[in-house]
Design a protein around this ligand. Sequence first.
Ligand code: PMT
Length: 311
Amino acid sequence: MSATSANKDDFFAQTAVPERFSEKYELMKEFVSKHRAIGNRVVLVSSGGTTVPLESRTVRFIDNFSIGTRGSASAEYPLYFLQHGYAVIFLYRLRSLEPYSRHLQRRLMDMLEVKGDSVTVKHDHTSSLKSILQQYEGVKAKDLLLSIDFTSLAEYLHLLRASAQILNAIHSKALLYLAAAVSDFYIPKHEMPEHKIQSSTDKPLQLSLQLVPKMLKPLVKEWAPDAFVVSFKLETDRNILIKKALSALDKYQHQVVIANLLDTRKYEVVLVTKETEKPILLSKEDSDKGLEIEEEIVKQLIARHKHFIES
Ligand code: PMT
């Protein structure tokens, strides 16, 4: 496997515009314009991993480990802070975790029971389910959550560019929270075989991948220059994590990097700005009680975003 690099214009020219792109574009535009009119802030939360197809009529693809826990949990918390007036565009990998329904996705079968002819919620799950449903209904009634799905890397980046450009209309009231796990390699469409790659040869499969340009650069400089931008840095080596986060802030000139390690990401992150490094920790006891690190991450970011808007 080898890799060479493209620039952002090559990337967009070499990848197809996603299906239903204009429909999704219009939904995002309408959502932002509605919340702009009532003075709300809007946060774009990206979540889940991107796929890199190996064939045009895709049978096989390279995928990423993320299942969207970080993004889906985080998307709920701005909504707990309704007094802060946030609406959320949730840009997520299809079939990864989603806000609210994530609480049921893994536990549904344990929450329900058959009683006579009907299916009911088990007594000890009633209050948690009721609370999730009430939050969800509140959010729906106020139209505070717009979910837009993607699967491939190209879909994600086309939609990211569109949403950032749309959000630029609300200037500093836009917050971009880029938690999706984005592939760094792809196969341009003119190099991709149309049909399923055949295995009936003796030779091992050789793949040639291009490097995906880092989209944080045009995002901060061109697409949403007035927005508050939070990127994530994922590493497996603790020794290089903070250095890489600081180098990203220096290179892209955005506001915050949330640095996390693959193995400890649910219990430990560092909120890095050019001037500060703030560790955010979740203890084992708090985790066992059902608390999540995303609540504190979002609380910290909302405070910093408020300061950013005011200054
Ligand atoms: O979903 P979970 O299982 O809960 O996992 C959450 C998470 C670990 C995926 C999340 O916390 C996280 O760290 N997300 C970012 C992972 C990632 O892509 O890291 P990176 O170091 O490869 O990229 C750093 C930043 O560059 C990212 O914010 C990304 O948006 C951006 N990027 C990446 C590739 C690319 N071509 N252009 C970019 O701008």
